[in-house]
Design a binder for this molecule. Structure first.
Ligand SMILES: NC(=O)c1ccc[n+]([C@@H]2O[C@H](COP(=O)([O-])OP(=O)(O)OC[C@H]3O[C@@H](n4cnc5c(N)ncnc54)[C@H](OP(=O)(O)O)[C@@H]3O)[C@@H](O)[C@H]2O)c1
Length: 272
């Protein structure tokens, strides 16, 4: 999801962009990564490749860490080797979710599932490998070109009249189009280090689902439940809202506006 939007956002502001698909560049293979860096000699590298199957990572933590930890380190080291700045997306799932206020950049990560541990390993690898890095934690992504909660809800609404969604997890849904613009904007400055950038405001998955159906004009009814009724392999943080303590943070539009922009983008694709 995010990779395609980063390519678009960077092209929009006239950067010269090369996007690599997984088939052309496996980030866990140092030789392949080095070859790509030496061929392109980029000024900046945005690594959107990741193992993002949160439940799947539970039974395959080594594989997830190979991509999200080791691979992230390889990309950062090889990028730094050719003098490139590194932008590395990370996640709210590095936090345990027990906070009662939004998490800021200096809060201590303490992931409660394999995916979060693998992403935290990546943050550590990137920071060690590339002095000029932006580690950007974001949350609850939705956008074109990938599986996401909005698509799941709209598909379910096509099949069912009533669905049940949890109300006891809070976060900030983030439209990848908005996040991609922010990642590209970061490259204009030198505010290296960790950044928290997510859709403004917060909600539960239940509230998110209600708003999706409201904006999409669906009459599917949403009932709420709690996470203990779900049989999921990986635990999720109960609360993972991100806030930035930076003096000049990049603020994204409210998540409802992100949803509106995404539904408009989808409608355009369907009609074209
Ligand atoms: N999705 C979210 O809700 C969320 C929330 C917070 C942060 N993030 C972070 O945001 C970033 C982008 O997430 P996303 O949701 O856009 O991810 P995504 O749609 O799942 O895309 C990840 C891409 O990485 C590719 N990939 C996997 N292993 C690779 C490897 N070894 N070498 C090269 N490419 C590989 C995947 O290919 P295949 O499809 O072939 O596997 C996929 O195309 C990630 O760092 C993620 O951790 C995501």
């Amino acid at each position: 999801m995010l990779g395609q939007d980063v390519v678009r956002a960077a092209e929009f502001v006239n950067h010269e962009v090369v996007g690599y698909a997984r088939a052309d560049l496996d980030i866990t293979d140092p030789r392949v990564v080095r070859r790509a860096m030496e061929a392109e000699r980029p000024d900046a590298v945005v690594n959107c490749a990741a193992w993002t199957d949160v439940d799947g990572a539970e039974a395959a933590e080594d594989d997830a860490t190979e991509v999200n930890g080791v691979g992230a380190g390889i990309v950062a080291a090889e990028a730094a080797g050719v003098g490139a700045v590194v932008v590395h997306p990370s996640t709210d799932y590095v936090f345990d979710g027990t906070a009662i206020r939004p998490y800021s950049e200096s809060d201590r990560p303490s992931p409660i599932q394999a995916y979060g541990r693998s992403k935290l390993a990546g943050e550590i690898e990137v920071a060690a490998a590339a002095e000029r890095h932006f580690i950007v934690r974001s949350s609850w992504l939705f956008g074109a070109g990938g599986d996401n909660f909005v698509e799941t809800m709209l598909k379910l609404a096509g099949d069912l009249q009533q669905i049940v969604v949890v109300r006891d997890q809070g976060g900030s849904p983030t439209y990848t189009g908005h996040l991609a613009d922010a990642l590209v904007r970061l490259l204009d400055g030198e505010a290296y280090g960790i950044h928290h950038i997510a859709g403004s405001d917060q909600c539960s998955w239940y509230e998110f689902a209600v708003e999706i159906f409201r904006q999409a004009g669906s009459d599917c009814q949403v009932m709420s439940s709690t996470s203990d009724t779900l049989d999921r392999k990986a635990p999720r943080p109960a609360f993972s809202v991100l806030v930035s303590e930076r003096e000049h943070p990049i603020l994204l539009p409210p998540w409802e506006e992100g949803l509106q922009a995404y539904l408009a983008e989808r409608a355009q694709v369907v009609s074209s």
